[in-house]
Design a protein around this ligand. Structure first.
Ligand code: G6P
Length: 369
C-alpha cells in the first residue's frame, strides 16, 4: 500500500496532486488546441442526438452530481442548450417527463452507483439517448449507456472524490465546447480562446497546489470549528457545495454550501465570530457582488477565507486569509478553485486524526439503494 501511495501519506493527497496529470490524460488525444479540434468518438458518432436535443438532463449522485451542476453552467453558457441536473435517486422515483428528444448524461466515477444505474434504465425505457461519463472502464454504467466518454483519471481510491470531479468537469467542458462550436453558440475566437485556456489548466492546477503550506496553516486555525459555510456564485456555486461536502465527508465538521446571494435568506443568521466562511471570490462573473457579500459577513464578525485570483486586492483588504489561484476564463475557474478546498478539508481531517481515505459510514461505490 505504501508503494501505491507513491510517497504520499494518504491516497486522497496523492489523488489531489495527480490532478494536473489526470486532467491532461482526460484531454489527451481529444483536444487539439492549435488546430481548433475536439475529437471525441462518443460525441462524433452521435452528433445529431446532441445537436437536435431539446435539452440535456444530467443524472448523478454525490460529487458527480456537483460536477453535473458545474456542467449546467458550462452547457448553457457555451452551447446554449438547456440543462437540468437531477439527483439520480429522486429522478428515478419521480415519474419524470422524458422524451426521445432528450439526451441524458449520467456521470459516475465508479460506474456502479445503483441509483444512477436505475435512472439510466428508466431514461432508456422512455426513449432518451443516454450518454455516460465514467471513470472506471467497462463498469456497469459504461456498458448500460448508448455511448460515453471516459474521464481517464486513473484509479481513485480515497473515498472522498477529488480527481474524478475535476476530470468529469474537463470531459463535460470538451463536449460543451464542441457543441457550442457546431451550434454556432460560440464565436470562432471564443472557441479557440477556450481551447487554448483549457490546455493551460494542468499547469495552473500545479500552481494552485503550491499553496499547500499556506492552506495547512489556515487549516490549523480553523480545525476546531463546529460549523463552516461555503459560498460561491455562478460557476463556483457548485464548487462551494463540493467544498462543503469534502469537509463533511472526511472531518465530520458540519458544513453547508450556499449560493452567495442566498446567504441573506437564512445562513446570515448563523454568522458570528465562531463561523468560518469560505468564499470563492475570483475576479470573474459576479466579483463585485461577492465582495459585497464578504462585507456583510465581516460586519457580523464572521471569519473570512477568500479563494481569490492571483494579485487580488479588494478581498485581501476584507478577508482574514486569502488563498490565490491563477487567472483563467470564468467557465474554467471551477477546475482551479476546487483545489484549495480539497486541500483545506484534507489538512483539517488529518489534524483531527480522522481516517481520511476511509471515512466512517461512507463507501467508495454505493451499489445498493
Ligand atoms: C459515494 C462516494 C462519493 C461519490 C458518490 C457517487 O457516495 O463516496 O465520493 O461521489 O458515491 O459515486 P459515483 O461513482 O457514481 O461517482
Amino acid at each position: 500500500e505504501q508503494i501505491e501511495k507513491g510517497g504520499y501519506e494518504h491516497f486522497m493527497l496523492k489523488e489531489i496532486h495527480e490532478q494536473p496529470h489526470a486532467i491532461k490524460d482526460t484531454y489527451r488525444g481529444r483536444l487539439r488546441a492549435k488546430e481548433g479540434i475536439i475529437k471525441m468518438a462518443g460525441i462524433d458518432d452521435n452528433l445529431e442526438k446532441f445537436t437536435n436535443a431539446s435539452r440535456i438532463i444530467i443524472v448523478a449522485c454525490g460529487t458527480s452530481w456537483h460536477a453535473g451542476l458545474v456542467a449546467e453552467y458550462i452547457f448553457e453558457n457555451l452551447a446554449r442548450i438547456p440543462v437540468e441536473v437531477e439527483y439520480a435517486s429522486e429522478f428515478r422515483y419521480r415519474n419524470p417527463v422524458i422524451t426521445n428528444n432528450d439526451v441524458v448524461i449520467a456521470i459516475s466515477q465508479s460506474g456502479e452507483t445503483a441509483d444512477t444505474l436505475a435512472a439510466i434504465k428508466l431514461a432508456k425505457e422512455k426513449g432518451a439517448f443516454v450518454f455516460g461519463v465514467c471513470n472506471v472502464v467497462g463498469s456497469s454504467i459504461a456498458r448500460e449507456t448508448h455511448a460515453g466518454a471516459y474521464t481517464h483519471a486513473g484509479p481513485e481510491i480515497g473515498v472522498a472524490s477529488t480527481k474524478a470531479f475535476t476530470t468529469q468537469i474537463t470531459v463535460l467542458t470538451l463536449i460543451a465546447l464542441k457543441l457550442g462550436k457546431i451550434k454556432g453558440a460560440l464565436s470562432n475566437s471564443d472557441y479557440h480562446y477556450h481551447l487554448q485556456e483549457l490546455e493551460l489548466i494542468p499547469e495552473k492546477v500545479e500552481k494552485a497546489l503550491k499553496s499547500d503550506a499556506h492552506i495547512k496553516m489556515v487549516a490549523d486555525i480553523y480545525k476546531d470549528a463546529k460549523n463552516c459555510l461555503y459560498l460561491g456564485r455562478g460557476y463556483n456555486f457548485p464548487v462551494a457545495l463540493e467544498g462543503a461536502l469534502k469537509l463533511k465527508e472526511i472531518s465530520y465538521i458540519h458544513a453547508e454550501g450556499y449560493p452567495a446571494a442566498e446567504m441573506k435568506h437564512g445562513p446570515i443568521a448563523l454568522i458570528d465570530d465562531q463561523m468560518p466562511v469560505i468564499v470563492i471570490a475570483v475576479n470573474k462573473g459576479h466579483y463585485e457582488k461577492v465582495v459585497s457579500n464578504i462585507e456583510e459577513i465581516k460586519s457580523r464578525s464572521g471569519k473570512i477565507i477568500g479563494i481569490v485570483t492571483e494579485g487580488d486586492t479588494s478581498v485581501k483588504k476584507l478577508a482574514d486569509h486569502v488563498i490565490e489561484v491563477p487567472e483563467t476564463l470564468e467557465s474554467l475557474t471551477p477546475l482551479l478553485t476546487t483545489i484549495p478546498l480539497q486541500l483545506l478539508s484534507y489538512h483539517i481531517a488529518v489534524m483531527l486524526e480522522k481516517n481520511v481515505d476511509q471515512p466512517r459510514n461512507l463507501a467508495k461505490s454505493v451499489t445498493v439503494e
